[in-house]
Design a protein around this ligand. Structure first.
Ligand SMILES: Cc1cc2nc3c(=O)[nH]c(=O)nc-3n(C[C@H](O)[C@H](O)[C@H](O)COP(=O)(O)OP(=O)(O)OC[C@H]3O[C@@H](n4cnc5c(N)ncnc54)[C@H](O)[C@@H]3O)c2cc1C
Length: 531
């Protein structure tokens, strides 16, 4: 009997069916047999009167931007295929990042405190064969998505926002002066589309996640296919009955490479027990393990990891998912009047599954930018692309993902990745918190990265050569381009900060473009990170 079968009665009844559905999707995803429907069409005709300024498709992170825009006076509608409700599983983030909600006046101090479900300290970073490292106040806050989304939903509605739940995006037509969105009730009341209707707006925000139908079409148009360059697979649970531990693990590994996968773990105290995730960086090759196999490995290693017997656990939730990542991230919209926000935009690091954190970090920038774009009617694709600009500090993380994964036919020592990470983090620790802390929060900066690489080359030059061999020369050359870009952005960010006061007198369109450029240098160089 499989381990999964043996603990089936200890987990919610719907999990086996969900796991099966996930594997069916994962299989078709890897085979590249997904249908790419043409859900966006364009016409140069005029639309005339519009119902809304912004139509936000997808409510999970969509409510953040929808609420911020509605409260600035725009007419906003949210189209959500289900009920707009947060998931039970907490989102982890660092405390300072949450200030964005206060700065945008979306939450009061008291509401923000209520949204915080858990706080833990310290957190461990460790790799098999190396020394554990302890950090504080990094991704140690568990936010309750149920409360957060509910309060923002109420504020959105109180401010006059329109929420269409159980209503799915079907297709959109962009016009010279607006966008028409066809939506359908879910489940459909009749097979002939009786519940379908059309709503119109000036701008469509696609917040439908990684697997958004709009994104599929956009990627196939922009890059010729939708196959991701990398995938992070994750399985995990939140369970009662785990031994009490006040600390968490940010990233921890205690096994060598197996089945061409290096498993990493995360663990932290949660409202309903203890959360543990096992994740691995792979690609979308059909030979990669299924989620059922990954779940077996998770259940096999979990007792050793948390010093517990499986039969002592009461699983509150069992979680699994995968995050595709692309070298061409963030996605550059191919259409006027359509912009990706949240996971669909690909603006989060390929290393973490911190899409909520990335959205919060960029919320002020996106709100200000979209607000100005609406005010000045700068909704052409060139204007919108500058809201999801190239970020060299995101692109350089590609090499890290590649060096933490093994291709299906690649032969490397089974301890290579653990050893590499051990050396890297030891070097960063020696260089101090200013190097280590931003990196752990998904913010890569030029000087800290240069110092880390130098320290590693001195500590173990042979390892560096092995990594070059592992990732390959083309990847390295590509990376070098982004690394130099990161240096240039860091320099330009210094100039940008001085230029900012001067652009106040520019014409609206010039001002908009300059502000986006200054933002791009600032975020793209990791200038937004505060110790
Ligand atoms: C196991 C796990 C743990 C995670 N932990 C963290 C964490 O600790 N910290 C963190 O920062 N992030 C974490 N994340 C990532 C985070 O959950 C995502 O980044 C976030 O949910 C992305 O939100 P989104 O709205 O962009 O996309 P999604 O979550 O995919 O939501 C898409 C929304 O669009 C709706 N939708 C989809 N299609 C349609 C349609 N056709 N019409 C209308 N609506 C539609 C969906 O119903 C949904 O509401 C985790 C993710 C997982 C899976």
């Amino acid at each position: 009997m499989s381990l999964f079968e043996s603990v089936r009665s200890q987990m919610p009844a719907e999990i086996p069916a969900q796991l099966e559905r996930m594997d069916a999707f994962w299989t078709s995803y890897r085979q590249g047999s997904q249908e790419i429907a043409k859900v966006v069409q364009t016409t140069s005709e005029k639309l005339g009167d519009k119902d809304f300024d912004a139509i936000v498709c997808g409510g999970t992170l969509g409510i953040f931007i929808a609420c911020a825009l509605q409260r600035r006076g725009w007419r906003v509608a949210i189209i959500e295929q289900g009920i707009l409700r947060g998931r039970a599983q907490e989102w982890n983030i660092s405390r300072k990042e949450l200030n964005a909600f206060l700065e945008l006046d979306l939450l009061t101090e008291a509401e923000l405190e209520t949204a915080i479900a858990t706080i833990y300290n310290p957190a461990r970073v460790g790799f098999q064969g190396g020394k554990d490292l302890w950090v504080r106040d990094i991704l140690n806050i568990g936010v309750d998505p149920v409360y957060l989304l509910e309060i923002l939903k109420q504020k959105f509605l109180d401010a006059g926002g329109i929420l269409l739940e159980k209503t799915a995006f079907k297709q959109a037509i962009t016009y010279a002066d607006g966008v028409a969105v066809e939506v359908a009730l879910t489940p459909s009341p009749s097979p002939v589309g009786e519940g379908d209707k059309r709503i119109t707006g000036r701008l469509l925000l696609d917040v439908m996640g990684h697997f958004s139908p709009i994104v599929k079409q956009a990627r196939s148009q922009v890059q010729g296919n939708i196959k991701p360059d990398g995938v992070c697979m994750v399985v995990g649970s939140c369970a009662k009955g785990m031994p009490e531990k006040s600390y968490g693990d940010l990233i921890y590994s205690f096994t060598p490479i197996q089945k061409q996968c290096q498993y990493f773990w995360e663990a932290f105290p949660a409202k309903d027990g203890r959360t543990t995730y096992m994740f691995t960086y792979v690609d979308a090759d059909p030979q990669r393990p299924s989620f059922a196999e990954l779940m077996e490995d998770y259940l096999f290693w979990l007792p050793k990891y948390q010093e517990i017997e499986l039969n002592q656990l009461e699983f509150q939730r069992v979680l699994f998912g995968f995050f595709p990542s692309y070298k061409q991230n963030p996605l550059q919209t191919p259409w006027d009047r359509i912009l990706q926000v949240g996971d669909s935009s690909g603006m989060q690091s390929p290393l973490s599954f911190g899409g909520f954190g990335a959205m919060v970090r960029h919320l002020q920038r996106l709100t200000d930018g979209i607000d100005t774009a609406l005010r000045c009617d700068l909704l052409a694709k060139e204007n919108l692309r500058s809201l999801q600009p190239y970020q060299p500090n995101l692109s350089v993380t590609w090499l890290f993902q590649k060096s933490m994964s093994v291709s299906v036919n690649q032969q490397i020592e089974s301890d290579r990745i653990n050893y590499l990470l051990g050396v890297t983090f030891k070097s960063m620790e020696k260089l101090g918190d200013r190097v280590l802390y931003p990196f752990l929060q998904d913010v890569v900066q030029f000087i800290p990265l240069a110092r880390t690489m130098l320290a590693m080359s001195i500590a173990d030059p042979v390892l560096v050569l092995k990594i070059i061999q592992q990732v390959g020369i083309p990847t390295l050359l590509d990376w070098l381009k982004h690394y130099l870009g990161l240096g240039a952005y860091s320099f330009l960010n210094q100039i940008g900060q001085r230029l900012e006061p001067a652009i106040g007198n520019f014409l609206p369109e010039q001002k908009y473009q300059w502000q986006r450029q200054i933002d791009a240098w600032y975020y793209g160089s990791g200038g937004d990170y505060e110790m």
